[in-house]
Design a binder for this molecule. Structure first.
Ligand code: PRX
Length: 633
């Protein structure tokens, strides 16, 4: 079949198309209706059907290939960086998941309860996610790089009954304690979990709160023989929530279903990622991000593949570590982000030649724009196709890519590719809402219903779902990706950055408003603007311009440095080092419109050495001089 036929069928006859794709997974009870779109923009997929993600990822494969490897956990966060490795077969994985599920049940967790997972990249994190899926609990994984305030806002919104965590993570061999951040988050949150289940890695001593904190190893020992059957869930039950940044300072809980997600992953694993049972898949992402959910945990396992969970950085003990993993475990499909490739490009080239990479068939890159030099370099080094894919936490799987599992279509440098099945894409003019011609820049939108696997709603907030995503154009109700895009004459799309206040630092999605709110809590901050600025290595970095309450405190260069350090510390403590701006500049004026709206695009343009654009509405042009002077100082 050609890609065109495949895609066209998904658009012209979505019900026939998805009913067929749905046969890729096991259903406990068949669905009665493929899609219910009687209440737009809310779509319900596979209505009446019952299934389970853990069954499809684990149990199903225990029957077919129980002794094959399912999970390979590798950590180079060891004292000298030498890898510590452990593998589990599908049967062993099932056993561990059942033990974890039994622990959760013993702690009072049942179907529909939320479990917050705040964990480093260790196997127990995967057991926890799969255990939730098994018993119908809703997981909410919070990236281990986030700190107390980020964590607290997620605890308040998700109201978890149980928090699953560990004493510490580690980065570049340096221990990063988690427990103090977690204790602080619980202290400041309005909602207290009944229990905190702790994996004690013996990396950092921690305070034990009796009655609340319980030990994973101790409880595991009590449930060694546990047998916990799968809880069959309605296709439209909630599988998980995953918080992501948007225009406001409060992260949105992206809510996903069970059946639609399972079908989308099973389908994309074959049509986009060309995964085969028994092969090994290696995604370098983190379970705290959507790529980790879809293509470390659920997708590869659902395709019967072994999946690699890697704790560590790409350059320790040296930059050959990923290629060591590829050779040793015969990885066929690898998934990473452009920033990681740019990091590797700076390393001695012979490290890429140290290992036999003949098992590798393709490298998939996503999360941020893939620039031509990076793509060309890694393609030449590895000698395999580099497949860009564009999507969002909200969609759960690629919107744009090339479906190599359907047709060996050529990729086009600078473009993530063409629409994936079910995505009805359009580019609309930002102001008029009318359709753009080919080669004309517009906002990339998706017509409803969104295909299976995409967000059902914003957790506990249908109104916000409609208001944030579906109300950006008065001309029609469409889902806005908040990305600028352009389509060429052959139907390939190019992504040109965000239309909103979201920035992308090393493939990590961050909200500038969240960073601004955090900086504002410093007692000497009167006003602040944070913008994303182009960076050769990380794609973008956050830069902050701050008006101090007391200008005399930032008069000398030393004062300015001290002020910057204090701001860094506030952000590190509240949000995590991942959100720390690269620079903080003290100014006495910020560019705003006469109605008081920050001219972010102008600030960003100045930081990138571009023309600040239309300034007819600016309140005080001196504010721009301030930004320029600060940048030059
Ligand atoms: O701006 C787009 C950018 O990352 C955003 C989504 O980030 P997140 O929710 O973290 O999901 C990442 C899933 C891979 C998008 O709105 N983005 C993602 N992939 C690409 C990209 N920009 C350009 N090219 C890509 N391949």
């Amino acid at each position: 079949m050609s890609y065109q036929d495949f895609y066209q069928q998904s658009i012209a006859h979505p019900e026939v198309f998805w009913a067929k794709e749905a046969q890729r997974i096991d259903w406990h009870k068949p669905f009665e209706q493929v899609v219910d779109y009687s209440r737009p923009p809310f779509a319900s997929w596979f209505v009446g059907g019952e299934t389970n993600l853990c069954h499809n990822a684990v149990d199903r494969w225990v029957v077919k290939q129980g002794e094959k490897t399912a999970l390979i956990a590798i950590s180079t966060e060891t004292p000298d960086g030498s890898p510590s490795e452990k593998t589990w077969t599908f049967r062993e994985l099932q056993q561990e998941v059942e033990r974890t599920a039994a622990i959760m049940i013993a702690l009072g967790v049942g179907k529909g309860d939320c479990v917050l997972i705040y964990m480093p990249m260790i196997a127990e994190a995967m057991f926890a996610m799969l255990a939730c899926a098994r018993i119908g609990a809703i997981h909410s994984v919070v990236f281990g790089g986030f700190a107390a305030n980020s964590l607290a806002s997620r605890i308040d919104d998700a109201k978890p009954k149980l928090i699953f965590s560990a004493d510490a993570g580690s980065r570049m061999g340096k221990v990063v304690p988690y427990k103090p951040l977690l204790d602080e988050a619980i202290r400041i949150s309005k909602n207290k979990p009944q229990h905190v289940l702790m994996v004690d890695r013996k990396l950092a001593a921690f305070e034990h709160m009796s009655g609340r904190d319980v030990d994973y190893a101790e409880l595991r020992a009590k449930h060694m023989e546990a047998s916990v059957p799968v809880t069959w869930l309605k296709s439209n039950d909630i599988s998980y929530i995953l918080y992501t940044s948007g225009t406001t300072g409060t992260p949105k809980g992206v809510q996903r279903d069970v059946g639609g997600y399972a079908v989308a992953l099973a389908s994309s694993m074959e049509t986009i990622f060309c995964g085969k049972p028994g092969e090994t898949y290696f995604s370098t992402s983190d379970i705290g991000w959507v790529v980790g959910h879809s293509y470390i945990v659920y997708g590869p396992l659902m395709a019967g593949m072994a999946t690699v969970m890697y704790e560590g950085v790409p350059i320790r003990p040296d930059a050959s570590i990923w290629w060591y993993i590829v050779e040793k475990y015969q990885v066929t499909r690898m998934f990473s982000a452009p920033t990681a490739v740019r990091v590797l490009k700076k390393q001695p080239p012979e490290l890429l030649k140290k290992h036999d990479l003949s098992s590798l068939k393709a490298l998939y890159l996503a999360g941020e724009p893939l620039d031509e030099p990076t793509s060309t370099w890694i393609a030449a080094e590895l000698g395999v196709p580099i497949i860009d894919n564009y999507w969002q936490t909200e969609t759960g799987w690629p919107i744009l890519s090339v479906a190599k599992g359907i047709e060996d279509m050529p990729t086009r440098v600078g473009s993530p590719g063409v629409p994936m099945p079910g995505y009805r894409l359009k580019l609309l003019n930002e102001h008029t809402g009318t359709r753009c011609d080919n080669n004309e820049k517009g906002v990339l939108v998706i017509e409803g219903p969104l295909p299976p696997g995409c967000l059902q709603t914003v957790f506990n907030n249908d109104e916000r779902f409609i208001k944030s995503y579906w109300s950006n154009f008065s001309t029609e109700q469409v889902y806005s990706t908040f990305d600028w895009g352009i389509r060429d004459d052959d139907g390939y799309y190019f992504i040109l950055g965000r239309t909103d206040d979201v920035i992308n630092v090393a493939g990590h999605r961050l909200g500038t408003r969240e960073i601004e709110e955090s900086i504002s809590s410093h007692p000497n901050v009167s006003e602040v603007a944070v913008v994303g600025v182009e960076d050769k290595l990380k794609g973008q970095v956050a830069v902050a311009f701050v008006i101090p309450k007391d200008a005399s405190t930032t008069s000398t260069p030393q004062d300015k440095k001290q002020f910057e350090k204090e701001i860094f510390a506030v952000v590190d403590r509240q949000l995590g080092a991942v959100a720390r701006p690269s620079r903080v500049y003290a100014v006495s004026l910020l560019p705003k419109t006469r109605s008081g709206k920050l001219l972010r695009r102008s600030i960003q343009a100045l930081c990138e050495g571009r023309d600040p654009g239309d300034l007819t509405t600016i309140e005080d042009p001196n504010s721009l001089t301030q930004i320029k002077d600060a940048l030059e100082s």
